[in-house]
Design a protein around this ligand. Structure first.
Ligand SMILES: Cc1ncc(COP(=O)(O)O)c(C=O)c1O
Length: 373
């Protein structure tokens, strides 16, 4: 065996990608409604991002974090504006590790409250914050992680005290089944955290970079989190993570407290900068595509195989009463790439740039496939 069996791989070899079209080695095209798990938000092989990468690749790839890195500052400004200070890592899990560390350092408190069915990554603190038994299986977890019930404010009140550094949540739980946070719940959570001088960490690794229709999902919930994490789509396919914290918390991540060899390297930052520029041109009209998506998805509710359709923006979950794994495989055979999530949910994360006609074709194939079940 050459590779660990920790992934289940479909027997398809892709050799080419362009926006929402992936081509396999036989030359067959697939409609991508997954964005490679929420990564290609501005489309695979986006020409602006490719050009930025090529330009930087000709200059240099790596620059240790011992020297000025103007590209990091550019991306930090595009990402966090004037209210956030930014740290760059290489993945979502790493961004969350930094967030957990910062919250503990800034508050001098030990505990983190996170939620049932959350997903924050596979490194040790991120995994310990993840509220899913299946992710913890066979492994001892770190101390200092408490789990409240998602969308249930009383369960938070029961755990909250002056030992809690931060409450950490996704505003739409992605891996947990595309479950949006209730806005009332979020309002109460923010007030409660404020009362206890507890920080709010919003994990926008999956919801960020335009996925829900705004650069970050928190913009639609009417509050400014103390800490935000980003990754996945931030460099449209290059490994990156970012932790944004309100400027007042910057001194807590003082010299020597944290670091990364590759974090914020110039190649990745060039891609991130171009991705954020692309996003700025896409977001002003994305609501039209979102409306088309949800008009179509509304018709899925009539199908016998469908329990519920939910989500936000270009992030949709179709809860099924038939095994989702088989649906994903059947769709692959019909050349549509979709994802599963949580408890039997079909998850759709199409590139924001997918042509409307291609989106509708993909949705028709899914609807037909579900109708036959
Ligand atoms: C909300 C959320 N946080 C964190 C992660 C972990 O990101 P990564 O796989 O880049 O470590 C994911 C990945 O799916 C995610 O969806």
């Amino acid at each position: 065996m050459t590779l660990f069996p920790n992934y289940k791989r479909a027997p398809i070899t892709f050799t080419k990608m362009s926006n929402a079209t992936w081509t396999d080695q036989t030359g067959a095209d697939y409609i991508d409604l997954s964005s490679g798990i929420g990564v290609y938000n501005v489309g695979a092989n986006n020409p602006t991002v490719v050009n930025a990468l090529k330009t930087q690749a000709d200059l240099f790839w790596h620059l240790p974090n011992l020297y000025d890195n103007p590209l990091q500052e550019t991306v930090a400004n595009k990402l966090g504006g004037s209210k956030y200070t930014v740290y760059f890592a290489n993945s979502g899990a790493e961004a969350n590790e930094a967030a957990i560390k910062l919250a503990r350092l800034a508050t001098k408190r030990p505990n983190i409250i996170s939620f049932t069915n959350s997903f924050h990554g596979r490194t040790y603190a991120a995994m310990s914050a993840t509220g899913q038994d299946s992710i913890h299986q066979g492994l001892p977890m770190l101390d200092g992680f408490l789990y409240a019930e998602f969308n249930h404010i009383e369960s938070v009140k029961a755990l909250l005290n002056d030992d809690v550094a931060a409450i950490m949540l996704e505003l739409v739980q992605g891996e947990g089944g595309v479950v949006p946070a209730d806005s009332n719940f979020v309002n109460q959570l923010v007030a409660l955290a404020h009362e206890h001088h507890t920080l709010i960490i919003v994990d926008e690794v999956q919801t960020g970079i335009g996925r829900t229709g705004t650069k970050f999902a928190y913009e639609q919930f009417g509050f400014t989190p103390d800490i935000v994490t980003s990754a996945k789509a931030l460099a449209n396919g290059l490994p990156v993570g970012a932790m944004l914290a309100k400027n007042q918390f910057a001194p807590a991540l003082s010299y020597g407290t944290h670091g990364s060899t590759f974090g914020g390297n110039p190649l990745v930052m060039a891609a991130a900068s171009a991705t954020l520029d692309e996003l700025d041109t896409i977001l002003p009209t994305i609501s039209d595509k979102i409306a088309i998506l949800w008009d179509k998805l509304a018709t899925f509710s009539q199908l016998d195989a469908v329990n519920d359709v939910r989500g936000l923006g270009m992030m949709a979950g179709i809860s099924l009463n038939i095994p989702v794994a088989k649906v994903v495989t059947d769709l692959q055979q019909q050349h549509v790439l979709a994802l599963s999530a949580g408890h039997n949910t079909l998850r759709l994360l199409p590139p924001l740039t997918i042509p409307t006609e291609q989106l509708l074709t993909g949705l028709d194939i899914i609807k037909n496939s579900l109708s036959k079940k």
